[in-house]
Design a protein around this ligand. Sequence first.
Ligand SMILES: NC(=O)c1ccc[n+]([C@@H]2O[C@H](COP(=O)([O-])OP(=O)(O)OC[C@H]3O[C@@H](n4cnc5c(N)ncnc54)[C@H](O)[C@@H]3O)[C@@H](O)[C@H]2O)c1
Length: 343
Amino acid sequence: LEKILLKTPGSVSAIMIGARWEAVVKLLPPGGVVIITDNNIQDIYGSRFPDFPVMVIKPGEESKQLKTIGLLTRELLRTGMDRSGFLLAIGGGVVCDITGFLASVYLRGIRCGYISTSLLSQVDASTGGKNGVNLGVVKNVIGTFLQPEFVICDTIMLHTLPADEYLSGLAELIKTGLIGDKTIIEILEKNYQGVMNRDMQLLADLVARSVKYKASVVSLDEKEGGPRRVLNFGHTFGHAIELHESVKHGFAVASGMQLSAGYSLAKGYLDRAQHDRIINLLNMYGLLVNYNIPAGTIRKLILNDKKKSGRNLHFVFLERIGKALDIELPVEEVVEFYRKNKI
Ligand SMILES: NC(=O)c1ccc[n+]([C@@H]2O[C@H](COP(=O)([O-])OP(=O)(O)OC[C@H]3O[C@@H](n4cnc5c(N)ncnc54)[C@H](O)[C@@H]3O)[C@@H](O)[C@H]2O)c1
């Protein structure tokens, strides 16, 4: 069991990796708890949930809408939950994002904790306190910052995750390795079989490394004024690919990282050998997808993603494996690179 404390001004969040999820009862208040989950998790794990009321949402991104927040609020009122209430999320990034947002607005704020069940949410989404819902296709545009009191990452739960969801999470793990912890990359290069077999010890080590790095960045910059921006590596192109090609987030980010590594090479920040190692790793895990976005569309998608219309954006490059560079440059330059280099 590894316990990582994420300290931000005004809160401490305990992220527990390798803990068994059933031990959550020790962390909960004796009453006033409501569990939020989705149908898939309910079907697999519901019979072992602690004995509290359960609210179930439909799995997937379509649930990340204000409408869901309204429906859940109505149900919470019906249970009589007051300000002393506690929301427990049991699910992936969607359930955790919805629960965190609801906890931060219900009666102007109640307590919450997460059991994080997908690889993507364990390595990324459930650390950092960001939450939110989408407005139409614009992702996470309505949300808040709220650190959950605890996050449990039990890697045994990853055995029931569908293969494409698992690989999608692996892409975010690779991202963390590339920007901040090169040991993650070395482990993924050397342990293909173990990773594909979802060896729980190996995964606990990888998740802990990823969480440690993300927690270190978030504790410096909770609200993304500066250092936290490196976490967007691969995401400027990745979000555009995700929207245009309707592929899973991690696969889109993998192709976004391929483009960003190529861009880093073209700018002279990254050397050829390191660039090739990155592409090999993405290929080894079968993460690269086909995409074909017209240059005019990519401009729109990039601006949309940045939720701004300015001339410049922050683009994350790599200097080497394990070290990112956040550089402000004109949107047009990024579009031009894409036009000349799309694969
Ligand atoms: N808040 C943040 O900082 C942050 C960061 C990254 C991503 N996100 C958000 O996270 C979301 C994506 O997260 P996700 O990939 O976990 O999506 P998800 O929650 O939709 O889970 C993916 C699918 O896997 C299923 N699932 C989850 N755990 C399972 C398990 N153990 N066994 C079987 N099935 C399981 C879910 O039911 C769902 O169908 C996006 O909405 C994204 O915006 C948030």
